[in-house]
Design a protein around this ligand. Structure first.
Ligand code: ATP
Length: 237
C-alpha cells in the first residue's frame, strides 16, 4: 500500500526526516509516535504531498504521490484545522467533501446516520460556522470529512486530542472497523494508551529517524511508557 524510498526532508540544511525504507501493508493500523519535533507531521505531510521531499519519495499503490494524483481518490486525511473551511457550517463542509468524491445527497445522509454517535444533535443541524466551533467539534468535522469517499487509506494526526472520552472510544472502534473493511490507517498521536489500543504496528520517530518499528503486542504500551519515561531521567541527569 505504502512504500517509502530513501525519504529525506531538510529545512535550511537541517534534517527533519530521514527514512531509508518502510513498507506499510494494506489493512495495517500504524501508530506513529515520538516526542515534539520528532518528524511525525513532516512524514504525514510528505505522504500527502503537502511538502516536497529533499530526496526520495513516497509511493502509494506503486505510484509516486508527488507525480500522480490517483491516491487523492482513495486517501482521507485530517492533519489540522487548515484542512477545514472556516466560513462553512460542518454540514456544508461535509457536503462539499462528499461532492468532491462524487457522492449523492443520499450517500452523505447514509454516512451521517451510520456515524451519528460521533456528533451531537446540534452539531450538524446548527448554523455555527466552523470557525466558531469548539476545538473538539472542529476535530470531529475534520475526522468525519476524512472518512468520506471510497477509502483505502486514512491518515489522522492527533485525532484523539480535544475529543470527549465517549468520542475517543467511538473513534477507536471506528478505526478498527475501517481496517477490518480493508482500509490502511496511519494515526500519529502522543496518547500512548489510545495509539497502542488500536494499532497493529508502532513506528517511533526520534529526531527524524525511525528508532523502533514493531508489531503492537500486549507489552508495547509498557515498553513505550518506560522509553519515554527514561527520557525524563536523561534530561535531569
Ligand atoms: N516549515 C518548517 N520550517 C522549518 N522547520 C520545520 C518546519 N516544519 C517542521 N520543521 C522542523 O522539522 C522537525 C520535525 O517537525 P514535525 O512537526 O514533523 O514534528 P512532530 O513529530 O510532528 O512534532 P509535534 O509532536 O510537536 O507535532 C522539527 O525540528 C521542526 O522544527
Amino acid at each position: 500500500m505504502i512504500q517509502v524510498d530513501k525519504l529525506q526532508k531538510k529545512y535550511k540544511g537541517k534534517v527533519a526526516l530521514d527514512i531509508a525504507d518502510v513498507t506499510i501493508k494494506k489493512q495495517e493500523i500504524i501508530g506513529l509516535v515520538g516526542n515534539n519535533g520528532a518528524g511525525k507531521t513532516t512524514f504525514l505531510s510528505l505522504v500527502l504531498d503537502l511538502i516536497q521531499p529533499t530526496e526520495g519519495g513516497v509511493f502509494l499503490k506503486d505510484k509516486n504521490v508527488a507525480v500522480h494524483e490517483d491516491w487523492k481518490q482513495y486517501t482521507g486525511s485530517f492533519l489540522d484545522d487548515t484542512f477545514l473551511i472556516p466560513f462553512m457550517t460542518s454540514y456544508e463542509y461535509l457536503e462539499f467533501i462528499s461532492k468532491l468524491h462524487g457522492w449523492k445527497k443520499g450517500d452523505l445522509e447514509e454516512f451521517l446516520e451510520e456515524n451519528k454517535q460521533f456528533y451531537g444533535d446540534d452539531f450538524l443541524s446548527g448554523k455555527k460556522m466552523i470557525k466558531d466551533l469548539s476545538k473538539g467539534n472542529k476535530n470531529k468535522t475534520g475526522i468525519l470529512g476524512a472518512m468520506i469517499g471510497s477509502l483505502d487509506l486514512l491518515i489522522l494526526d492527533e485525532p484523539f486530542a480535544n475529543l470527549d472520552p465517549t468520542s475517543q472510544q467511538w473513534l477507536r472502534i471506528k478505526i478498527q472497523k475501517l481496517a477490518e473493511q480493508g482500509v490502511t490507517v496511519i494515526v500519529s498521536s502522543h496518547d500512548l494508551q489510545h495509539v497502542t489500543g488500536i494499532s497493529s504496528r508502532i513506528i517511533m520517530l526520534e529526531e527524524g529517524v525511525i528508532i523502533k518499528d514493531v508489531a503492537n503486542t500486549e507489552n508495547t504500551l509498557v515498553e513505550l511508557e518506560s522509553y519515554f519515561g527514561a527520557k525524563i531521567q536523561e534530561q535531569t541527569n
